[in-house]
Design a protein around this ligand. Structure first.
Ligand code: NAP
Length: 546
């Protein structure tokens, strides 16, 4: 039987060499398992016993194997059965051969379709994980590292390699596969933001992590700046360092010196309110189903997504008496305020009644939270804001409000007592106000406008750090000569402070101030709103409608 098949194959090959290689291809795709489908006739069985010399099999009309030509091939076999010396196939056998060839051609079709299918799926991953590639904006900050389409395709290629296993894991663990997220595939303007609907649900990176279903997130000026590439050099270093697991391993160390990963596709958003889906083994006191609010470090994927993972140190139980949208307006500004209040000089432990604070940018996200927090400490607050914010800031408890739009701040301050702390959260340059500090070596000018990230973007991480160190020292010693300290403060994740703040919110001593709320589809509008600086309080995005 095998010999017969070989001969048929030879014939097919010969016939096909002049017209098409399909029959050859068909036979190449036949497996041993397909062979028994052809049943030899009696004569064939005798031949197999070794008595007859078969001679060449003559075939007529063997052309390219369409279903029609397959029939023709079968027919020519039937013709050959007239010769008793030739191996004969009864009708059933002819049908079997026809089926065999059809099966083989089916396999060819599948084999040819396979690379196409995998090409399509790779392309799909590329589009869904990164979003369509966009043209780089002219205003994009320059970076020594790879950005743009090349970087995107590298990173998406890496992502696509990991995709299947990650999907399986996330599916196996949470029953979740893909989610929607607002991402950028390269740095650019707000228009670079894309709502991508097939992003992998993140897995817990270490035993201290939580996976959270995001219900609301807020937009901060940092998110807008980040879209344009702000801070990338330093954040890249954080990303590299974060590869150290909680038990440091050599491969992690090696990765510090290896080629840098690009951040794309990058999900933006730094704070959230939501519900715990999964908690790592080392997470204490929180479990699936708990409502939490918190922040995510800038080196990780952000919160403008249906799910995000963050560290247990960055979250606390959500205050019960407010909505997710309200709760989401708090964490980033609270953690930044914490760095000012506690890191700067342990303000809460000062003699509070005598302490006077000047709050610049009092109607903004940081300002509306800080004014209220300062009032819970019992200090005297003089707030500076624009006309639209005066009423709001007064309602938050400020003792004294200066409208910078209708008056000159310096002139106004000439008429007031000096301050222990000037908290600069306006984005405007108010360095000239340092002279209004008490100057008793216990007074502080604390600014959130520090040049570290800008310097690192322009000069690279190490030179940027060195320059910033030099700038800081200069500022600090100049201030000291006048009897005060100049300090830079920055966002510092702190779950225990968020716990404290949740208590203050539940007691009604701090109220979330949501200036504007947008739906998840309107993230670009929310970014534009923050960019324009039009609204008082916070701009939030409701990822899931309550
Ligand atoms: N270093 C860090 O880690 C860090 C963290 C968070 C924030 N920040 C920075 O801190 C600043 C405030 O953040 P945010 O989230 O509160 O921003 P925001 O919500 O946009 O608030 C900024 C506020 O500044 C006010 N403002 C603008 N020009 C002013 C002026 N000449 N005098 C007084 N107030 C003025 C605006 O008030 P009107 O609307 O009344 O003009 C606005 O309410 C931003 O520059 C942000 O980039 C830094």
């Amino acid at each position: 039987m095998e010999q017969v098949l070989r001969r048929i194959a030879r014939k097919l090959i010969r016939a096909s060499s002049s017209r098409s290689s399909l029959p050859l291809t068909c036979l190449r795709h036949l497996t041993q398992a397909d062979i028994p489908n052809i049943k030899p006739s009696q004569t064939d069985a005798k031949d197999k016993a070794g008595s007859t010399n078969h001679g060449p099999v003559r075939m007529t009309g063997a052309g390219p194997l369409t279903s029609k030509s397959a029939d023709a091939t079968t027919a020519s076999f039937k013709d050959n059965t007239k010769d008793a010396k030739q191996p004969r196939f009864v009708t059933r056998d002819s049908d079997s051969l026809s089926k065999l060839l059809e099966k083989a051609s089916e396999k060819v079709r599948m084999a040819e379709a396979e690379p196409l299918a995998s090409k399509i799926s790779t392309e799909k991953v590329r589009m869904t994980e990164a979003g369509p590639l966009r043209k780089k904006s002219d205003s994009e900050p320059t970076s020594s590292r790879k950005t743009g389409a090349a970087a995107t395709s590298d990173s998406t290629a890496r992502s696509s390699r990991d995709t299947s296993s990650k999907k399986e894991n996330a599916k196996a663990r949470y029953g979740l596969e893909l989610m929607k997220a607002w991402q950028i595939s390269e740095f650019g303007d707000i228009g670079s933001l894309q709502l991508v609907d097939q992003v992998n649900v993140p897995m817990l990176a270490d035993p201290f992590d939580l996976l959270v279903e995001i219900h609301a997130a807020s937009i901060n000026p940092f998110d807008v700046a980040r879209t344009r590439g702000y801070g990338e050099n330093l954040i890249q270093n954080m990303r590299d360092l974060s590869k150290f697991s909680w038990i440091p391993r050599l491969p992690d160390l090696a990765s510090l010196f290896s080629r840098k990963d690009d951040p794309f596709p990058l999900t933006l958003g730094r704070d959230f309110s939501g519900r715990v889906v999964d908690a790592g083994k080392m997470v204490k006191g929180l479990r699936a189903g708990d409502e939490v609010y918190g922040v995510i470090g800038p080196h990780r994927q952000g919160t403008l997504a249906e799910y995000a993972s963050t560290s247990t140190w960055c979250v606390a139980r959500k205050p019960k008496n407010v909505s997710h949208a309200e709760a989401a307006s708090i964490p980033y500004v609270a953690c930044t305020t914490w760095s000012v209040m506690k890191l700067v000089q342990n303000l809460p432990n000062r003699n509070r009644e005598d302490t006077r604070v000047l709050m610049l940018g009092a109607s903004g996200g940081i300002g509306t939270f800080s004014v209220q927090y300062l009032k819970t400490l019992g200090v005297h607050v003089t707030a500076v804001c624009g006309t639209d914010g005066v009423e709001l800031v007064e309602s938050l408890g400020a003792d004294d409000v200066i409208d910078y739009k209708t008056s000159t701040v310096e002139k106004e301050l000439e008429m007031r007592d000096r301050f222990d702390v000037i908290f600069q959260a306006s984005g405007h340059n108010y360095d000239s106000l340092k002279k209004f500090l008490k100057g008793n070596l216990k007074s502080f000018f604390v600014t959130l406008n520090f040049p570290l990230l800008n310097n690192s973007d322009k000069l690279g991480s190490i030179p940027g750090l060195l320059k910033s160190g030099a700038d800081f020292s200069l500022d600090y010693f100049k201030g000291l000569a006048n009897g005060s300290h100049t300090i830079w403060a920055f966002f510092t994740p702190n779950g225990s402070f968020l716990e404290e703040v949740a208590g203050l919110i539940e007691d009604g001593r701090i109220k979330p101030v949501v200036g504007k709320a947008y739906s998840f589809d309107e993230v670009t509008k929310a970014f534009s709103e923050v960019d324009a600086g039009n609204s008082n309080g916070k701009v939030v995005v409701e990822v899931r409608k309550e």
